[in-house]
Design a protein around this ligand. Structure first.
Ligand code: XMP
Ligand code: MG
Length: 213
């Protein structure tokens, strides 16, 4: 049986932050064609750095309890988590292999509710300690699917990390689903940037923004 992290952590809940849509978009790296689609910056580069510090410190500490590890595999959920995962892995001070998985579930801004593995994990994770890195938990369906998909491969343990969680959007059937480590709980808005996309665009923005309707 797979052993999961004992406790789950939420580092920063910004749902009640007053200024959440009032940051000006001042970064030079925003193309004009994108700037007009941004309603506001939800998480600045500085905010993201705080989240990364908090989550990496906790994971570095928790991984020390895996004294008999047969190896740790960090699985990035493509494509949304690629930037978060790249930043996170450079703050992890233990040996690990990297891999990735891609699950399709989302068409435009509406979740379809059916899940499919589009790109399978390459390594054998049997008997290994797995850390899954996700961009965002929304209805909870993708994370629920991924947990079941990975547990079927019999890893020694499974930990899940999410940059963002839109807790208020959780479907009732997935009410129990949350990442073991969540950097930011955010309000129910559609977000882009820092890896998150709208039909493939905006992933390269260095902050998390709210998309204009
Ligand atoms: P579920 O509903 O399965 O959704 O928890 C998780 C997946 O949906 C995508 N998603 C988003 N992508 N901005 C995005 O760019 C968003 O606000 C958003 N909400 C959900 C995402 O791919 C995630 O893995
Ligand atoms: Mg996406």
């Amino acid at each position: 049986m797979t052993v999961c992290a004992q406790k789950s952590y939420v580092f920063i809940d910004i749902r009640n932050r007053q200024d959440q849509q009032n940051y000006p978009v001042t970064q030079d790296s925003v193309p004009d064609a994108y700037a007009k689609d941004i309603a506001g910056v939800l998480l600045s580069q500085q905010d993201i750095l705080h989240g990364l510090s908090a989550v990496s410190a906790r994971i570095n500490q928790d991984v020390q309890s895996l004294s008999n590890s047969q190896g740790i595999v960090l699985v990035t959920v493509l494509h949304g988590a690629m930037i978060f995962s790249a930043d996170l892995m450079r703050r992890l001070y233990f040996p690990f292999q990297t891999d990735s998985v891609a699950v399709s579930s989302y068409e435009g801004i509406q979740s379809t509710g059916s899940y499919q593995v589009k790109k399978e994990i390459g390594h054998s994770i049997f008997g290994k300690d797995v850390i899954v890195v996700e961009d965002i938990v929304d209805t909870g369906g993708t994370l629920d699917f991924l947990i079941r998909h990975i547990e079927a491969k019999n890893p020694a343990s499974l930990r899940t990390v999410a940059l963002l969680d839109k807790v208020d959007r959780r479907k009732q059937q997935f009410a129990h689903i949350k990442a073991d480590y969540t950097c930011f709980v955010i309000p129910d808005v559609f977000v882009i940037g820092y890896g998150l996309d709208y039909i493939g665009h905006y992933r390269g923005l260095p902050f998390v923004a709210v998309k204009k309707d």
